[in-house]
Design a protein around this ligand. Sequence first.
Ligand code: IPE
Length: 257
Amino acid sequence: MGGKVVIKFGGGLITDKENMCTPNMHIIDSLVDILSKVEKQIILVHGAGSFGHMKAKKARLAEGRLPGLNQDISVHEVREDMLLLNKHVTDSIQRYELDYSTYPPRDWAAGDGPNFKGNLPLSDGITVVFGDVVDDYEKEFAILSGDDLMYRYATEIPDVDCVIFAMGGVDGLLKVPPSEATVNDLFKTWSPDMNFKGEHATEFDVTGGIGLKVTRASMIAEKGIDVWLVNGMHPERILELVEGKTTIGTKIVSGNC
Ligand code: IPE
């Protein structure tokens, strides 16, 4: 089977958001188990969850260098914590004896948002990248979200035929905040001309939460690529999508479709 898959394991999926630097190892293993069954080239982006957002929020790292604040320790610590989370992911990949290379964005990317600078590294095995604290030409450092990496990989490398955002605890994009949702509140398809009430945990999240994910997902869909938001706690749904089937989740379609 040809083609490439670009997939994000959201930080809220692979970590325990309530407890600092705690991975959800059984979820990571079950997701990697699914990757081991995928017969396409994989680009794996992972988020930060409790390995990134808490300390980054406290030191206001997303705003870049701020006078009067000592942020250097936090920049260092968040980078170290992200390497730790990345190691949990790649250790799991190794347990499944899959070929991979990991490329910390701090080593090759600069700036935040969809137009960050840097050439996207690519490996013959699984390419692993993650949301990170990167250098920034104006504000000295910035938080580059995995959602921006998703956009650039999905739209810049050739032959991508499936893009999946795997999230924690929700089946896709919901018509009402997750805490109020029933099974009928899942959007099966969504386009930018439809509304949704996303809950953004600003007290926790230093990037953009579901809003950023949906914005980047629609930018990818505009290029004619299939994009899905699915519940990563049901990893078999990922395999169904990769195999060209449909599944429970939200398919993002471009406004022009
Ligand atoms: C955030 O990356 C990176 C840091 C806070 C260092 P993401 O935006 O991709 O992370 P999640 O998926 O929301 O946790």
